[in-house]
Unconditional design. Structure first.
Length: 478
């Protein structure tokens, strides 16, 4: 009897994710079915529950999950939206449960639900996603550990170099390295060390400052509307924006936002007076009946920054970047979490079709760039119209496009068709070309089908809640 040939042991495969952020957790969810193990390398520690995570100063400000991003998270982690809602997050149908004052006027609260937002504190969203990911035994976290370099060559990344909290160094090999380290990403420098020329970079800064505060709401926040008072970048005046998001535990998350010449401060005594300078007093009037629970958090870190990795002629196998590591947006537009989720779905789709083969990294990076491109055009397309913006100014084509978008927004104040088309794009569920469909073009040419509203509209139920709390608001449209 002949002996059987010896069996070659199957090598274990590993993915390394740089950063334990939301983007990092979603990246781990995207790759876990294609490798034997996933190591998340996190510079700081990770909290057990919905607590602030070090290194995320933007968590103090507005965070929403657009329906495009929420659907992507649900695709990666089924049951996550149910967990979020059970923990107190709100599902907000657009524009049914929103009071939006655009530069062109007040949007109607159409009763037909087309797209939606998920509103919650960033800490809650992070914790629910983190819990969903880390219950998978294939995924583990190395806290208090820093990635200092990529291993490999200009042709292939083979792992990362680590430095532990005690200063000791080590190397960790990987079949795939995913940079999800956020705005502080060092991938351009690491690529340079491997001999890969750096990517083209855009930085567009409107100089916007954010001041945010959490309040105890005087009314139930269940199904309470999002309130959003927008600035008009075409006016030539400093822009002032503000709004209220209902979040978990009966609280309101309030952010006030201003461009140079109208920037809010961190002084608590100036917070509500600043709200009084917005285009309508509804936010200020509501805050006068609410109880502040926190100090004012202030940030000036609102620059739009993008690396064009997908354009590089040379890109090493075994490396992918996503989330804020690729593009970080002005937070006012609420794109960051959703773009990270859509990028993770794009990565998983390429892994499904290609596996860990040559060509994966470049194709995945190009796929990740598609949702980035849409969100970038939406954010930058607004910010470049402020006179204080640095990095790029509006050209003739930009101004023509802005005029068309303004016409759409004006039409959307009285047209369900156009309002739905706009929210379809704004929630990252359709490309910008959806606004050029013949039906949308025709509706924009006709204009709004209903007269403009003179102010915010509250439902009978919301009025009853306000009356029960002894709140009377002037300037409300019946």
């Amino acid at each position: 009897m002949s002996e059987s040939p010896p069996r070659t042991p199957q090598l274990s495969t590993r993915a390394v994710v740089v950063g334990g952020s939301l983007a990092g957790m979603l990246a781990a969810a995207a790759v876990r079915d294609f490798v034997d193990s996933v190591e998340i390398i996190e510079t700081h520690g990770l909290p057990e529950g919905p607590e602030a995570r070090p290194g995320v100063p933007q968590a103090a400000h507005f965070h929403v999950l657009l329906s495009g991003g929420a659907n992507a998270i649900e695709e990666l982690l089924p049951g996550t939206l149910k967990e979020l809602l059970s923990a107190g997050a709100n599902r907000v149908p657009m524009t049914t449960n929103m009071l939006i004052c655009s530069p062109e006027g007040w949007y109607r609260r159409w009763e037909r639900d087309s797209h939606y937002l998920i509103t919650a504190s960033r800490d809650l969203t992070d914790s629910v996603v983190r819990r969903q990911v880390l219950k998978d035994p294939r995924v583990r976290v190395r806290p208090h550990t820093k990635v200092t370099a990529l291993l490999g060559s200009s042709r292939r990344v083979t792992g990362v170099r680590l430095r532990a909290a005690d200063g000791t160094g080590s190397d960790l090999t990987a079949d795939l390295v995913i940079d999800a380290s956020g705005r502080a990403s060092r991938t351009p420098q690491w690529l340079g060390e491997l001999g890969v020329p750096g990517p083209a970079e855009d930085r567009i800064d409107s100089g916007i400052a954010y001041a945010s505060r959490i309040y105890r709401a005087p009314v139930s926040t269940l199904n309470w509307p999002v309130i959003n008072l927008q600035a008009d970048p075409r006016s030539g005046e400093p822009g002032r924006t503000g709004g209220i998001l209902p979040i978990e535990d009966g609280r309101w998350h309030v952010s006030l936002i201003g461009t140079p010449g109208a920037q809010p401060t961190r002084e608590a005594a100036e917070f509500e007076p600043y709200a009084r300078t917005l285009r309508h007093p509804v936010v200020a009037d509501l805050l006068s009946h609410a109880e502040p629970l926190t100090d004012v958090a202030l940030t000036h870190s609102t620059v739009n920054r993008r690396y064009y990795y997908e354009r590089l002629k040379s890109w090493p196998e075994g490396l992918v970047a996503l989330g804020d590591s690729v593009a970080a947006f002005n937070p006012i537009y609420g794109h960051g979490m959703s773009v990270a989720a859509l990028g993770a779905v794009a990565l998983r789709a390429r892994l499904t079709s290609l596996g860990l083969t040559d060509g994966l990294s470049r194709k995945a990076q190009r796929a990740i760039a598609r949702p980035v491109e849409l969100a970038w055009s939406l954010a930058v397309g607004q910010d470049i119209h402020y006179e204080t913006t640095k990095g790029r100014s509006a050209g003739t084509l930009d101004r023509l496009l802005q005029r068309y978008v303004s016409r759409l927004s004006h039409t959307a104040t009285g047209s369900y068709r156009v309002a739905t088309a706009m929210t379809e794009v704004l929630t990252l569920q359709s490309p910008g070309t959806a606004l050029l469909r013949p039906s949308v073009l025709a509706a924009a040419a006709i204009g709004p089908l209903r007269p403009q509203l003179g102010g915010p509209t509250f439902t009978d139920g919301e009025r009853a809640l306000l009356a029960e709390a002894g709140i009377s608001l002037p300037g409300i449209t019946e």
